[in-house]
Design a protein around this ligand. Structure first.
Ligand code: GAR
Length: 189
């Protein structure tokens, strides 16, 4: 059985979708949700779905081995960043090379990098008058949003679209593709 750890910082709708997807999978399991915000809604979702959670602070993450030790203790095989907004420390990336994936709510390399997350991305895409956006699922390396792309999917932007309606379209793509792509990555581990 391969074990997945999800990292999330906010609402966690992707985390919930991934947990549900793997609930009936005989080969893979979501073992834990790591979260850097004690009041993030993802913690309630995980609790409701009976997935253990681990909350950590900035000091724990960047100046101790607390998170890496917990990943090792649970024998985690793959890390999934699902709306996780902090840069992952090098020690974790090195321990999990080619085994950390992130989802970005736009077509990288455009609209990526530090500070580009969630609604900020959709606001920038709409403000630039883009005709399409989408999702990018990629490996995580030591530079924000620069790891190798695994998968992209696109959606059209109409003149009526707002950052909110674009966010809905992008979320729909995320729910459709992210769990399946995670499963494909797991098959190569
Ligand atoms: C998702 O759209 C994800 O792509 C984005 O945050 C949202 C989290 O939604 N991630 C980033 O912007 C990372 N740079 P959720 O908490 O409902 O899953």
């Amino acid at each position: 059985m391969k074990k997945i750890a999800i990292f999330a910082s906010g609402s966690g709708s992707n985390a919930e979708n991934i947990i549900n997807y793997f609930q009936n999978d005989a080969e893979n399991v979501v073992k834990i949700v790591f979260c850097n915000k004690p009041n993030a809604y993802v913690l309630e979702r995980a609790k409701r779905l009976n997935v253990p959670t681990f909350v950590f602070g900035r000091e724990d993450f960047y100046h101790s081995d607390m998170v890496l030790n917990e990943l090792k203790r649970l024998d985690i095989d793959m890390i999934v960043l699902a709306g996780f907004l902090w840069k992952v420390p090098d020690a974790i990336i090195e321990a999990y090379r080619e085994r950390v994936v992130n989802i970005h709510p736009a077509l990288l390399p455009s609209y990526g990098g530090k500070g580009m997350y969630g609604m900020k991305v959709h606001e920038s895409v709409i403000a630039a008058g883009e005709k399409e956006s989408g999702i990018t699922i990629h490996y995580v390396n030591d530079h924000y949003d620069e790891g190798a792309t695994i998968f992209q999917a696109r959606c059209e932007i109409t003149p009526e679209d707002t950052p909110d309606t674009l966010a809905e379209k992008v979320h729909a793509l995320e729910y459709e593709h992210f769990p399946r792509v995670i499963k494909e990555v797991l098959e190569k581990i």
